[in-house]
Structure formats: C-alpha cells, structure tokens
Design a protein around this ligand. Sequence first.
Ligand SMILES: Cc1ncc(COP(=O)(O)O)c(C=O)c1O
Length: 394
Amino acid sequence: MTFDFDKVIDRWDTHSSKWDGMEKAVGARGRDAIAMWVADMDFESPPAVKEALLEEVQRSTHGYYTGDLGWREAMSGWLSRRHGWEPDPDWITPTPGVVSAIGLMLQAFSEENDHVVVFSPAYHAFGKIIAANNRRIHNQQMINEQGRYRMDLEGLAASLPADARIVILCSPHNPGGQVWKEDEIRAVCEFCIERDLLLIADEIHHDLVYSGYTHHVTAKVMPEIMDRLITCAAATKTFNLAGAHVGGAIISNPELRRRFRSACAAAGLLSLPLFGMLATEAAQRHGDAWLDALLPYLETNRDLLADRIVKDIPGTRAMHIEATYLGWVDFTGTGLERSDFMKRITEDARIGVSPGPQFGPGGENWVRFNFATPRPVLTEALDRLADAFSDLRG
Ligand SMILES: Cc1ncc(COP(=O)(O)O)c(C=O)c1O
C-alpha cells in the first residue's frame, strides 16, 4: 500500500490550532503563512483510522463509550510489536491526553509547592501543567556536548530541592530529539531510586525514531524502577491524532495505579471520549505499514531542513534529530539579536515557529521547526527562509 505524504491538505478554517491559531500564538500572519510550530503533522492519518471513524459516523448515534479492554490490548500489542515491551493491559489507564494525565499525577503524588524535576530545554507544557497545579519546576539544564544533549545528573544531585517528589523524563526528548541510550535511562532510574523520587517517563515520541537509533522503553531498561515508574504512551503523536486527545498511563504498581485512578475519578475522567478511543485503537491495531512508510519521508524532511538552514543561514547550527519531527536550531553563531532573527522568520518569511525560550533554560538562542509537512510546503518554507537571510550570505 502506498501513502501520499506529498499531498497538500488545506488546514485553514478547520479548528486547527497549528494553522488557525498561528497568528495569535506565534505571530506569522496571512493566508500564505506556513505553520511549523505545534507538534502535529499535516498528513492524513492511516486509512484504518478513517474507516473506524466513518463507521461510527454512519451509525450516527454517538453515546457514551464503554468496554476499553480492546483499546488497552491494542496499546499493549503495539508496544510489544514495536518496542518489545508487553505491559499487562490491566496496568494501562486511558487518559484524556498525556499532559492532563501528568497534571493528575502531580495531584495524586505530590503536594502544593513541591518541586518537579524537568531536564531543560524541555517541552513547554510540562512547565505549564506544573505551575497550573501550584507545584514548582526544577529545571535541570542539560549539557550540550558536541551537538547532543546530556542530562546533568551530577548537577541534579547537587541542586535537588529537599521537597522534590517527581522527575519527568521525556524519552525521546522534545526538543533536541535525543533517543536516550540505555545507560542514560538507567542513570536517571538509579537517581530516582536513590533519592526516593517518582519517575514519569513521557514516551509519546517513542515511534518517531530515525534509522540508526532504537527507542529504549524505560520499564524494560530497568525493571527495578517499575514500582516507582509511570509510563505515558499514546497513539496521537505517531498517527497525527492529537485532536483525539487520548493517551495511556501505564502503572504496574497497584497502589500507585489505585491512587492515579482515584485522581481520574475525582476529576470525572473515567468516562472516555468515544471518537478518540476508536481512532487511537484503530491506529495501534492497523497502523504499522503507514508508520513504516512515514518514517523515511520524515527522515528526508529532517535532513533537508538541517542541510538547507545551515547552508542558507550562515552561523546556525541544527541539532542532529534522532527522533521526533521537530528540528532544533541554534542561531547564536549568526550574531543576530533574537528579535531580529525572529522577525525575519515570522514577518519576512511568514513562518510560524516555536521560540526557544518557551522550553526553559538552555533554549534562549534556539528555534524549533516542525518539519512534518508535505515536501512542497517544506521546500517553500526553506526558500522563504533563504530569502529572509540572504544578506548574511554576502
Ligand atoms: C513530550 C510531549 N508530551 C506530551 C505531548 C502532548 O500530549 P497530549 O496532547 O496527549 O497532551 C507532546 C506534544 O507535543 C509532547 O511533545
């Protein structure tokens, strides 16, 4: 089966946060602006998703959902097929997305004002959900070692606040695209065991891993962590189903699972969203061939973006993206002020990007570009960037 990732889909006026919300959020204005910020893709989801949703639409009666065992089995089956880890379906709790699940975990497993550790620069929603729950973020800035981030556990050992309760490991990492090696994951697990911390492993980007790299499931790397580990997984990033807003919290420890489910119950979240459940189950049951076709397409986009940006904007450096469809570009070497650099991207090239500072300490001089878009759109964006910075090429 072939899939047409080159097909350009007009996403304006579709309630798309990435497109319809772009001007307000990141400033790129006009109908010819190109959205390269929010982490969803501009491709069609797998055909099996459309079929499952169409079947539901044809029935035309959309009441409350029940019977999520099949959904949990589909997630476990996917993890087993793709990542060699088959969690018991009973360990999995469906959640309304990963970020909201993390919010519920903060409520269940920490107190107000407690610290939550994040390795920055890190996905900005971690900081937002930590603050929204009146917890405090402890940003442990990563070290950029020859173009690859390293989590600074020595620094964390020295700076860890006494009231730190939880560590969030983003694996693979957003932004920066690191696929953590087994010894890197093991070191974080050992740290959490030593310091009596709960570990939340957000593995939502687990499937978007490029050739030469293997995602290592935290639970598999270090079974000894299982008692204090919550793994967040989802089909939404992989299959372009972010709007379905469904994830899974995988917890083997029965007491932690009970407390997490109580937090879900307290928020009235035991009733699950019908459309999201159908879409994500179909994707994880039938989406293998689609994903296998998508990954090389994304990999070509990744290389095109990095090669052209570095060539066309002298002084920039692109981090080597091992996973995710998010390019991460350092403009320190251009000598331009942030405001000038951003103005050229947003106003001159009319491209909506994610500004680095929102990812916390270490992100100040960086910009994140989402390259999960059809190649004609990507090429147009890169041409515009080349024009916006042409004076730097002498
Ligand atoms: C690391 C990470 N976690 C979670 C999410 C969002 O998850 P959800 O939409 O299920 O809340 C994203 C989206 O970009 C992400 O990058």
